[in-house]
Design a protein around this ligand. Structure first.
Ligand code: IMP
Length: 197
């Protein structure tokens, strides 16, 4: 059975990807399960660059097929910030309650039409033969006027999806996976993986 490593130490992401790729005949393992804890400098300027950096470093360390993702929130009114800096925005150790309230405050007097935002996810897959493929997906929404919901993580409590009339923090995980940037990017990379393994 082909071994594929997903270059993350995030248990939530691992669960999500295992669920989406469960019908592939592969042995999918996390960094932890592979006994790795590499210190990777995510210094790319785009989601693609960062996802490729992570996938390639781990592929070169292990010689296995490696998947990696990079994701973040783009707020149009803030010139697409925090973008690739989403995790590091206002400092890695700052709570999301503070980060989310800051974004709400930035958009205080801003009308609904100008509150557009999106979550972006890029998944990269690095093959030992040298080929690297990527898939990018987004989910569009608007920045809410207040923090709402306790599911999910990160910026979910301020990411309001008009079609569902709630934030992604008010959705059940299955519901979010169906429409999320990460769910869509994972399903696209799965199609490409199926052609190659
Ligand atoms: P990374 O892809 O693990 O580097 O994470 C990027 C950051 O983007 C996360 O730490 C969150 O702040 C944010 N982010 C990415 N996807 C989501 C999501 O689905 N919900 C909320 N925040 C997200």
């Amino acid at each position: 059975m082909k071994k594929i490593i997903f270059a993350t130490s995030n248990e939530g992401k691992m669960k999500e990807i295992k669920e989406i790729l469960k019908d592939l005949d592969i042995d999918l393992i996390s960094l932890k399960e592979a006994g790795l804890n590499p210190d990777i400098d995510e210094n790319g300027k785009t989601f693609e660059e960062n996802a490729i950096i992570k996938a390639k470093v781990v592929m070169e360390l292990t010689g296995e097929i490696v998947l990696a993702d990079d994701s973040g929130l783009e707020v149009d009114y803030m010139d697409k910030a925090p973008g690739v800096y989403s995790a590091r925005f206002m400092g890695e150790d700052t709570s999301y309650t503070i980060k989310n309230q800051y974004i709400i405050d930035q958009l205080k007097a801003v009308k609904e039409e100008e509150r557009s935002a999106r979550f972006v996810c890029v998944i990269a897959c690095a093959f030992p033969e040298g080929e690297v493929i990527t898939s990018r997906a987004t989910i569009e929404g608007i920045i809410a006027n207040q923090i709402c919901g306790t599911n999910g993580f990160g910026y979910d409590p301020i990411f309001y999806v008009p079609e569902y009339r709630c934030t992604t923090a008010e959705m059940l995980p299955e519901q979010k996976n169906k429409i999320s940037h990460r769910g869509k990017a994972l399903r696209d990379i799965k199609t490409e993986l199926m052609k190659r393994i």
